[in-house]
Design a protein around this ligand. Structure first.
Ligand code: ZN
Length: 406
């Protein structure tokens, strides 16, 4: 669905660009949803063409975040059917700086289906978001649209892998090594056929077995390590140490930005990324995702379950800001939210600021607040003001009737 009005070109002047590497003060010409030109020298407005000029006065410009683990159908359902969560509207992603998502099914791959997942991904694409996903869910046999993991990845455009397949968790199908290898081979071969990522995104539970199954898979098969992509690696400290080891063997590992209480045997996403970057593990093999739309248990000060919360895409920006507050440099931490994700998932034109790249861009103000979001060259947030939202989300307006009487 194209926007009703043709987009004007945009000339961004004096942007301090993190691409994600720091490349200094740049001027950028944006049109047709892409970055058309970028230069330290002044760029003139193309003659006779409508161009919106914006001077960023040295504010930081970064690629939009790619959230690699999102329950775009809504997740939950583990506390009865009433705990099934509705899909999040577009602005919950865009206004949190997330310009691309990877959608998946979790515990509930029974009432929810790959068909429904693909419909949600296409709905997000129609509204401008980058959207891909995984067939399957926690369980075996994996739920699919075509009848096989190979068929789904090879033939269904938005599907690029399988997951989140649960291991070391009481809710998993308790997959054996042979079952994991079979599903990984399907994903890998379909990835080769289609030029897609072809990975198995693995949900790690709290179980003591940790990443043992993945270690055995690497030791006993020819399947490349990058095919095995564990997430939630910061939920237990010992599990995190195992993940560091696997990253040195070629796995890309994913941190979840869930809330962590004091004294919990877990690392917050910010602490986990800091530890990862301080380790000897290869810097390009770490990513951070939000688990948005999934169910999060919340605990009170005495450790009692107080209520269930919903994971939000805004957790990524909150994690980034926490890292900056800890004194880390933006270009050190940004790849885990952007280019590392795009490289693993083989998403061209995403996660970087370069000529020819998609114009999914964020502006951070001096207080590390998100002031602007460009999605495919369209302003969704401008100087903190919401300019574009999802289909069923009205723009805030003092004159707009909210009584729903029509
Ligand atoms: Zn999970």
């Amino acid at each position: 669905m194209a926007p009703s009005n043709p987009q004007p070109m945009i000339l961004l002047r004096n942007a301090e660009v993190f691409a994600p590497q720091a490349i200094g003060r740049q001027n950028l010409l944006i049109g047709g949803g892409r970055v058309l030109g970028m230069s330290t020298a002044a760029i003139d407005s193309p003659l006779g063409i409508d161009v919106e000029e914006v001077d960023l006065h040295g504010q930081r410009l970064l690629p939009g975040f790619i959230d690699g683990h999102v329950h775009v159908t809504g997740g939950g359902g583990e506390g009865g059917f009433a705990t099934r969560i509705s899909p999040l509207p577009l602005s919950r992603y865009t206004h949190g700086g997330v310009t691309s998502v990877i959608g998946l099914l979790g515990t509930d791959d029974c009432a929810r289906s790959t068909r429904e997942l693909v419909a949600n991904l296409l709905a997000l694409r129609e509204q401008g978001l980058g959207a891909w996903g995984y067939c399957g869910g926690y369980h075996l046999p994996p739920t699919t649209l075509t009848g096989s993991v190979r068929g789904d990845i090879a033939f269904i455009d938005p599907l690029i892998g399988v997951g989140e397949l649960a291991i070391s968790d009481h809710r998993s199908s308790q997959p054996t090594l042979d079952e994991l290898l079979r599903i990984a081979s399907e994903a890998h071969v379909a990835g080769l056929m289609s030029g897609k990522a072809g990975i198995v995104h693995l949900h790690l539970g709290d179980g003591e077995r940790g990443l043992d199954l993945v270690r055995r898979a690497l030791a006993q098969s020819e399947i490349p390590a990058r095919v095995f992509n564990p997430t939630h690696i910061n939920r237990r400290r010992a599990l995190f140490d195992e993940a560091l080891e696997l990253a040195t063997q070629g796995c890309h590992v994913d941190i979840t930005a869930f809330p962590v209480e004091d004294g919990e045997d877990a690392w917050s996403a910010a602490d986990a990324l800091q530890r990862y970057l301080d380790s000897a593990a290869p810097k390009q093999r770490i990513t951070i995702s939000s688990d948005a739309g999934g169910c999060l248990p919340c605990f009170d000060s005495e450790g009692q379950l107080s209520h269930m919360d919903v994971g939000t895409p805004g957790a990524l920006l909150a994690t980034l800001v926490e890292l900056l507050d800890h004194g880390l440099l933006l270009d050190q931490v940004l790849p885990a939210f952007t280019s590392n994700v795009a490289a693993l998932l083989r998403l061209p034109r995403k996660g970087v600021i370069e000529v020819g790249g998609d114009a999914d861009l964020l502006v951070l103000d001096d207080a590390n607040g998100l002031s602007d979001v460009l999605l495919g060259g369209d302003w969704h947030l401008r100087e903190g003001k919401s300019l574009r939202r999802g289909v069923f989300e009205p723009l805030p307006s003092p004159t707009h009737s909210q009584d729903g009487s029509h």
